[in-house]
Design a protein around this ligand. Structure first.
Ligand SMILES: CC(C)(COP(=O)(O)OP(=O)(O)OC[C@H]1O[C@@H](n2cnc3c(N)ncnc32)[C@H](O)[C@@H]1OP(=O)(O)O)[C@@H](O)C(=O)NCCC(=O)NCCS
Length: 151
């Protein structure tokens, strides 16, 4: 549970019925959001590692990860703009990292755009370290840092 502005926020596994609201979080968070069909496929393929943060029945944020061999991969995270800086991103990440750990994964990795200072600060606050750079990782040509945390 997270307490943000007196609203009680819970983290739970995402359901198919959350799709529309997850799409809303996504489109309010990224200039180039994932299309709804991709989010739907992540719900089907990685539903055991797909979490939403909810407050008063509204989806405020989500995180999704996947097993990749001995490691967990953070595929995406977003929090609705007006709910940011209230600890929801950290709470979502911690829940996913716990799931990675209880799945006996040895570490967590992710890619983040080199200009995404907020996300980089979030990951560093959780102990992720920059391992390297993937040049022109994103379709618009931006580089990504690869970040890693041992579990
Ligand atoms: C990145 C994101 C998920 C963070 O969510 P959030 O709920 O605001 O994060 P939290 O409130 O848990 O922040 C935790 C810590 O991360 C760091 N942080 C988060 N946003 C920050 C910002 N804008 N500037 C600097 N540090 C920031 C801070 O250390 C913060 O702790 P503090 O508030 O006590 O200083 C959110 O900004 C977002 O949805 N961004 C758009 C989508 C995105 O870029 N996703 C990541 C793709 S790789």
């Amino acid at each position: 549970m997270v307490n943000a502005d007196a609203a009680t926020i819970s983290i739970r596994i995402a359901r198919l019925s959350d799709l529309e609201q997850i799409v809303e979080v996504e489109s309010s968070s990224f200039e180039r959001p994932y299309p709804p069909a991709l989010i739907l496929s992540m719900l089907y393929l990685h539903g055991d590692m797909f979490y939403v943060a909810t407050g008063d029945h509204e989806v405020l944020g989500y995180v999704v990860g996947a097993r990749e061999g001995r490691y967990g991969h953070v595929l995406s995270i977003a929090v609705k703009p007006k709910w940011r800086r209230k600890g929801i991103g950290v709470a979502l990440m911690k829940r996913l990292l716990e799931e990675f750990k209880s799945s006996l994964l040895e570490g967590a990795r992710l890619e983040v755009a080199v200009s995404n200072y907020a996300a980089i600060a979030l990951y560093e606050s959780l102990g992720f370290k920059k391992l390297g750079v993937k040049k022109r990782y994103y379709p618009w040509g931006e580089d990504a840092y690869v970040m890693f945390k041992r579990l």
